[in-house]
Unconditional design. Sequence first.
Length: 156
Amino acid sequence: MAAEMKMSSGHPQVPARRPRSFRGGFSLIEVMAAAMVMILGIVVAITTLQRGMQALDTARNLTAASQLMQSELERLRLKSWAQIESLQQAGDAPVATETDTGLRFTCKRVIRDLKVDMKEIVLVAEWNGYDGRPHAARLITRYGKSGLNDYFYTTH
């Protein structure tokens, strides 16, 4: 007879409300998992940002060191063979860094004989990055008695 009553009204009976423990929503474990994923994303973003800033600092300093060494090389290009020999006899010397770079860079010049009428000039610029790691760039050129040849860079 109860089945007949359901059919006679035309609407099925609505079940009684569920107990509180079975209601929809997020459990504590689901919330913790979502928080861990969000924390992981934030940590990865911060680490990536730090690496990017480090690369930017290295690129800026390498550019400044290259310009410093090129300026010194252009100064040496104007010297005569006798002046280059006197610089060589004076020994390895620091290069003046009177630019707006402050005290970040140290630059050394080394001149040595390759052949009778050819010298090798090596300029080495060194600096510490913002994270304290040491960096260096080296410019090497050959100076012939009849003139200065082209130069090239190496970094490490």
